[in-house]
Design a binder for this molecule. Structure first.
Ligand code: GTP
Length: 598
């Protein structure tokens, strides 16, 4: 554990550029994991991660590498999440490193999160090794991609490593580059302990485990430690490194990366970004950069069967143990009964949690359309934070409303500038600037309301640019906006769970489109169901679901069998997620219809 023989680095990339596959090859080439034990993307351990091929939580693994100079080095490889929802975890993982390997897909080139991650790495003062990946593919264009890295990111790319995570080509070159180009860690082994927590999770047998980088001093079993942001104190039960299975070590020394078993029961006591020191004789100045994870997107989750309210609560409690970014409070809806208002980092985080609740806990849930946190300023000067459209105060009492904006960065080929303009302006975006990263890539910056982005913005962006666009964003504070609450009425009764907040100028269009959509989605009942969109008492749009005919197949003339089957399947699928609201059966899709607005 001599400092000169340690290298701590991350692999960063745009999503799907192959960083997990590359990590697998590193484990293999260093003999950390035997080939026969190799499971594709070993570092992505959550089921959902493996199925969706995405990295959600960071991981750290220690490998031992004997370089061409004959010396053996301890390499600590930190795999980072690639999705924008988890940018904070990326930045904390980077703070634990001295260098980063920037992976760029040779067939795709530089994309939005390539830029965003490269910026994070530069801001963290890391040595960056560019790597052009997937060179086994016939469509690979390493020279073009090199030029994009140099022109667009100002990172010298002449010596970029050319590699394929698939064939293993170039992985040896990569490890040599890591040893020679990434600086050894600095730090004072004699100073009092300072360690950065860059990930933490709850283990049912051992309590909360933290992944840490020791910045000064050392840490061993039995030490009494303190988390500086939360003030929590505890005894160290075990320290060690992952290979990737956990192996206990006598201590973690200055410069090293490893895991720490705390025995604590609540992950919110061991927060990513916090500094660990000794409870007695520790330091007073924490490492820089700690920030609370803040939910950005909120949705109502309601059990379809009222009996599942308690199980849902227990499941949320369990998931929160491992996810300090997940926040929730009880919510009551006239239409849907008892449930919870749940806050997430972003839409992916939301989908993952909902899927885990259903799969791991066997719950049948109905989710309302996601919304953002609005700030409502009342005439008396008081400010109310709104997480749900239902909580909107009476319009007469409101002075003004503010909504969260994002700074969005969109990367596209020049041909699609017009298409992106149309989309972004249609979503109330303000154009900021545009510049050419290279001849083939334009970077556009926009300010866009978060509420518009969580509609189907990303899907639209992709389809309007033939899949070429990539997107990255960060919060840009609150701005005043002309917002109103739009109510949806079924059979004349307002359905609280269907109401949403919308810009005044869009209310009419969205109301009309939504009524049309709901007409398609809500199945025919025994009686006619009028659908109305209204602001206050004023009806903006109306549609009607006609009363049911006796036999759904009756209208299938000529016995076209595939058509019949489709119809029956549609009916069956529709049955799965229905909730009776008053006397109307409303399917899950109805609550999400607002997300697809044009
Ligand atoms: P996230 O974890 O979601 O950010 O993705 P990632 O960057 O880790 O990408 P991943 O390793 O999951 O690879 C994405 C896809 O590219 C997978 O289908 C891989 O099989 C494929 N892939 C990765 N590396 C290579 C390569 O060198 N050559 C080829 N042909 N395919 C590759």
């Amino acid at each position: 554990h001599e400092l000169s023989h340690i290298r701590n680095f991350s692999i960063i990339a745009h999503i799907d550029h192959g960083k997990s596959t590359l990590s697998d090859r590193i484990l293999e080439l260093t003999g950390t994991v035997a080939k026969r034990d190799m499971q594709a993307q070993l570092l992505d351990s959550m089921d959902i991660e493996r199925e969706r091929g995405i990295t959600i939580k960071s991981q750290a693994v220690r490998v031992s590498y004997t370089a061409d100079d004959g010396e053996t080095y301890q390499l600590n490889l930190i795999d980072t999440p690639g999705h924008v929802d988890f940018t904070y975890e990326v930045s904390r993982s980077l703070a634990a490193c001295d260098g980063a390997v920037l992976v760029v897909d040779a067939t795709q080139g530089v994309e939005a999160q390539t830029v965003a991650n490269a910026m994070l790495a530069m801001n963290a003062d890391l040595e960056i090794i560019p790597l052009i990946n997937k060179i086994d593919l016939p469509a690979a264009e390493p020279e073009r991609v090199k030029a994009e890295i140099e022109d667009g990111l100002a990172i010298p790319a002449d010596d970029a490593v050319l590699a394929s995570g698939k064939t293993g080509e170039g992985v040896h070159d990569l490890l040599e580059a890591v040893v020679y180009n990434i600086p050894a860690p600095e730090g004072n082994g004699e100073a009092p302990l300072r360690a950065l927590i860059f990930d933490s999770y709850f283990d049912a047998y051992r309590g909360v485990v933290a992944l840490i980088r020791v910045v000064d001093g050392s840490i061993k079993k039995g030490d009494k430690i303190r988390m500086m942001a939360t003030g929590t104190e505890t005894l160290v039960e075990e320290v060690g490194a992952r290979h990737p299975q956990e192996v206990a070590e006598p201590a973690l020394y200055v410069g090293e990366v490893g895991y720490l078993v705390t025995g604590l029961k609540d992950v919110s006591q061991v927060k990513v970004g916090d500094t660990i020191t000794l409870a007695d004789g520790g330091v007073n100045d924490p490492l820089p950069g700690y920030r609370e994870a803040k939910p950005m997107v909120f949705t109502g989750l309601f059990p379809i069967d009222g009996d599942q309210y308690e199980p849902l609560k227990e499941a949320l409690e369990k998931l929160s143990l491992n996810d300090p970014a997940l926040v929730w409070e009880p919510e009551t809806s006239h239409a849907l009964g008892f449930g919870f208002r749940v806050g997430f980092l972003g839409l992916l985080h939301m989908e993952v949690i909902k899927e885990r609740l259903e799969r791991e806990f066997g719950l049948d849930l109905l989710a309302t359309a996601p919304s953002v946190e609005y700030h409502v300023y009342l005439k008396g000067g008081e400010m109310v934070s709104l997480h749900s459209p239902q909580e909107m105060p009476d319009p007469g009492s409101i002075d003004h409303v503010e909504e969260p904006y994002l700074k969005a960065k969109i990367l596209i080929p020049p041909d699609y500038v017009g298409a992106v303009m149309d989309l972004a302006v249609g979503r109330r975006g303000n154009f900021v600037t545009m510049n050419y990263l290279s001849q083939t890539t334009v970077e556009m910056l926009w300010e866009i309301p978060l509420s518009e982005l969580i509609l189907d913005f990303f899907d639209k962006l992709k389809s309007n640019t033939k899949g070429y666009a990539s997107l990255d964003y960060e919060m840009d504070g609150y701005k005043p906006s002309q917002l109103v609450k739009l109510d949806i009425l079924l059979s004349g009764k307002p359905i609280d769970a269907l109401s949403f907040i919308v810009h005044k100028d869009k209310a009419y269009d969205r109301g009309r489109v939504l009524c049309d959509k709901l007409k398609e989605i809500i199945p025919r009942q025994m009686f006619e169901v009028p659908i109305q969109a209204a602001i206050g008492g004023r009806v903006l749009a109306r549609q009607t679901v006609k009363a049911k005919r006796k036999d759904v197949l009756a209208k299938c003339y000529g016995g076209d069998i595939t058509r019949k089957r489709k119809l029956l399947e549609k009916q069956k699928a529709g049955k799965k997620r229905m909730k009776a609201i008053g006397n109307v059966e409303v399917p899950q899709e109805a609550f999400m219809a607002i997300l697809k607005v044009d």
